[in-house]
Design a protein around this ligand. Structure first.
Ligand SMILES: NC(=O)c1ccc[n+]([C@@H]2O[C@H](COP(=O)([O-])OP(=O)(O)OC[C@H]3O[C@@H](n4cnc5c(N)ncnc54)[C@H](OP(=O)(O)O)[C@@H]3O)[C@@H](O)[C@H]2O)c1
Length: 209
């Protein structure tokens, strides 16, 4: 797949390396790309270049930055799949309230009405986004997905599978409300209860053979 990634922090770097190392054509966009390097062979440039590159564009910037970053580029996202990996957080990682009838994912879909938004990867800590930890026995890490366009959700499901995670489709984009709640819970355990960020959700069918 041709994948653009916006953001080159913890999540952007990890997913760019995973996608690139599994054969995807990755271009990462960031604010000041001059001199930015990586060992995985993906390209780094402006946010505009990354957006133009990808049939699929993954958001790996703070949710609070999305409106300012995405609104001027809205037309460039026409027809693209947008993977929303963001979580609505305050600076101290506590939840930013979106109300009961909203989510970061749905807000981003309103900013980019001509794109197909799929919520994914937001409930996986960047610290476990490495091949050995993703695939660790007995069960790979689960990536939960939510989106309204079936074809786009299927494409992201294949992308998830290509890096060794186990995809679970949860239904329409409004389920981003619950996936973002899972991320808040993950952070509450990791930070509030000192559980650390080397952990991950695994969805396990106990009746499967
Ligand atoms: N960390 C995790 O474990 C994790 C897991 C799942 C989801 N998430 C979500 O993924 C997103 C990225 O998290 P992260 O941990 O990768 O954050 P991070 O390490 O702080 O990196 C943030 C990236 O966003 C860019 N950025 C920040 N403010 C910006 C702005 N106003 N305009 C444009 N770019 C801006 C930064 O660019 P510069 O390099 O130019 O500063 C940087 O590349 C967040 O929404 C977070 O909630 C995080």
């Amino acid at each position: 797949m041709k994948i653009g990634i916006i953001g080159h922090g913890n999540v952007g770097k990890k997913l760019a390396a995973l996608f690139s190392n599994t054969g995807h054509d990755v271009f990462v966009g960031k604010r000041n790309p001059e001199g930015a390097q990586n060992a995985s062979g993906y390209r780094i440039g402006s946010i505009e270049q990354a957006t133009a590159h990808g049939d699929t564009v993954l958001l790996a910037i703070p949710f609070v930055a999305c409106e300012a970053v995405l609104s001027p580029l809205a037309s460039a996202f026409s027809g693209k799949i947008v993977i929303d990996a963001t979580n609505p957080l305050k600076e101290d990682w506590s939840p930013l309230s979106m109300g009961e009838q909203n989510s970061a994912g749905e807000s981003i879909a309103r900013l980019l009405p001509s794109a197909h938004v799929v919520k994914a990867f937001n409930s996986v800590f960047a610290d476990v986004m490495t091949g050995p930890l993703i695939g660790r026995a007995p069960t790979p890490i689960t990536a939960f997905l939510a989106g309204d366009d079936f074809t786009s959700v299927d494409r992201v499901t294949e992308l998830v599978r290509s890096i060794g995670m186990s995809p679970i489709k949860t239904g329409p984009l409004m389920n981003a409300r619950y996936l973002e709640g899972m991320a808040h819970l993950n952070i509450a355990i990791a930070v509030g209860q000192q559980g650390g960020t080397g952990v991950a959700f695994v969805y396990s069918d106990r009746t499967a053979a």
